[in-house]
Design a protein around this ligand. Structure first.
Ligand SMILES: C[S@@+](CC[C@H](N)C(=O)[O-])C[C@H]1O[C@@H](n2cnc3c(N)ncnc32)[C@H](O)[C@@H]1O
Length: 435
């Protein structure tokens, strides 16, 4: 037999005992000798290879099914797989934003629930990411969402405002954007200014191209669809930005190319929402409500400067840009980031026609950076709110927001809840405003 097969006896015994895999040539010899179908032995050999290589045998069935699809569809399978992952819509909280309360909403909403009553109209007057509004919408009859920034306004409309939109139509548009080849796209305003700085150059070309295309499509889109597409663009490029989370500066190292694959945002349409882009102090004089949630900036860092790139992208008026961080001329500077902050806060609370004031306060003060120093002191907030009514203060336990980074070591997150006493407030009005 050894002679007929031309296989060494020791090797043959190892093959028979499953200790060694035969080569194709040896297999063919064996099948001929035993009068077996070649194919059967090859299948045995291939399956042995797969079975021996599995690191998680308990997942073998699923793994083999996926492997089968991969072989069947090749590259197309990978595309298919990515498409399924990308089907999951992006939630409103998943944005990098300084001062976002995304991780604190549960704590804030539970306290509001416990400490207030008869709330019909809820106002989020410095809404930022609208993480708090998004919770309030589920609970209260009417929610007013306001922020001074253009991009935030578009984001609220995209995610939350009632309006007609066709998901299949938007998916088609996005699928086409995802098929674009950056090498075939011309330079544009976005790539010329931000390419190689805030975004890898080819990514910047795609962003500029897509932004212009959304503008070109505007006549064929409903207002809601237009806002969903812009918001989708912002939320997807947020993760690709060559920054530490804002656009005051970019990281000065070569940027690793990463694919721009748009995924639709989790757009909803609520009919209990009103959206404004107003200065909070002006809006305060136009609205009536039961509760106003107040979360202003507390240091000198202007949000319009930190998120200028999204302002430029949304307005798309292609302004002249200045400085290393390529910012446009300032618009919508906030008094809350200046020495006038305390006065602005007093005016705000005194002019709001509401039963409850809920104020978030935090100190991200870092002694090395003057710009991080709070413009309104904790005692000043407490003093002013006490003039408006009975005020309680709550402190959030560190575990809610501390990510373990040293910069958060001294971080305190407080919530003031004031039950407004109109008589007390009116009595203190003149004295407060004169101080
Ligand atoms: C601390 S952030 C709010 C964060 C928000 N609570 C969240 O969860 O994302 C302050 C927000 O106030 C906005 N803002 C600053 N000054 C304003 C003003 N005068 N009127 C309206 N909004 C203003 C900023 O654009 C920024 O989004």
């Amino acid at each position: 037999m050894q002679q007929e097969l031309g296989i060494d006896l020791t090797l043959l015994s190892k093959i028979e005992n499953g200790k060694r895999l035969p080569t194709i040539e040896q297999l063919q010899k064996l099948s001929k000798f035993y009068n077996y179908d070649d194919k059967l032995l090859i299948i045995q050999r291939e399956s042995d290879k797969i079975a021996n290589s599995l690191e998680y045998p308990e997942l073998a069935t699923e793994t083999l099914k996926v492997a089968e699809d991969k072989i069947k569809y090749g590259n197309q399978y990978i595309q298919l797989f990515q498409d399924t992952i990308y089907q999951k819509p992006i939630p409103i909280e998943s944005r990098r934003y300084i001062g976002s309360k995304a991780k604190l909403t549960e704590w804030i909403m539970n306290l509001i629930d416990k400490e207030t009553e008869n709330i019909n109209t809820f106002v989020d007057i410095f809404a930022g990411t609208a993480s708090v509004s998004n919770q309030a919408i589920q609970k209260y009859n009417q929610v007013i969402i306001n922020d001074i920034l253009y991009a935030n306004n578009v984001i609220y409309k995209g995610f939350l405002k009632k309006g007609k939109w066709d998901k299949a139509k938007l998916n088609d548009i996005i699928t086409n954007y995802n098929r674009l080849d950056a090498d075939l796209i011309d330079e544009n305003y976005f790539s010329e200014n931000f390419g190689g700085k805030f975004y890898e150059h080819n990514t910047a070309k795609l962003i500029g191209y897509i932004r212009q295309d959304i503008e070109n499509l505007k006549p064929e889109l409903t207002d809601k669809e237009y806002n969903i597409l812009l918001t989708t663009l912002i939320y997807n490029i947020d993760k690709l930005a060559n920054t530490v989370g804002h656009f005051d500066a970019y990281i000065k190292k070569p940027i690793k190319p990463r694919p721009l694959r748009l995924r639709l945002i989790d757009a909803q349409d609520f009919d209990n929402v009103k959206i404004y882009r107003e200065d909070a102090n002006k809006l305060a004089q136009q609205i009536n409500s039961d509760l106003v949630y107040i979360d202003p900036p507390y240091n000198s860092r202007q949000y319009n400067r930190f998120y200028h790139l999204y302002e430029t992208l949304v307005k798309w008026d292609k302004p002249k840009l200045y400085g290393v961080a390529l910012k446009p001329a300032p618009e919508n500077n906030s008094l809350y980031c200046t020495t006038k902050a305390k006065n602005a806060f007093k005016h705000l609370v005194l002019h709001l026609n509401t039963n409850f004031l809920v104020v978030s306060y935090n100190n991200t003060y870092n002694s090395k950076s003057h710009s991080s120093e709070n413009k309104i002191k904790l005692e000043e907030i407490e003093y002013i709110l006490n003039k408006c009514g009975k005020t309680k203060i709550f402190e959030c336990s560190h575990r809610f927001f501390n990510t373990g980074k040293t910069e958060f070591d001294n971080h305190k997150e407080l919530l003031f809840i004031t039950e407004v006493d109109e008589k007390r407030k009116n009595k203190s009005l003149t004295s407060l405003l004169c101080r």
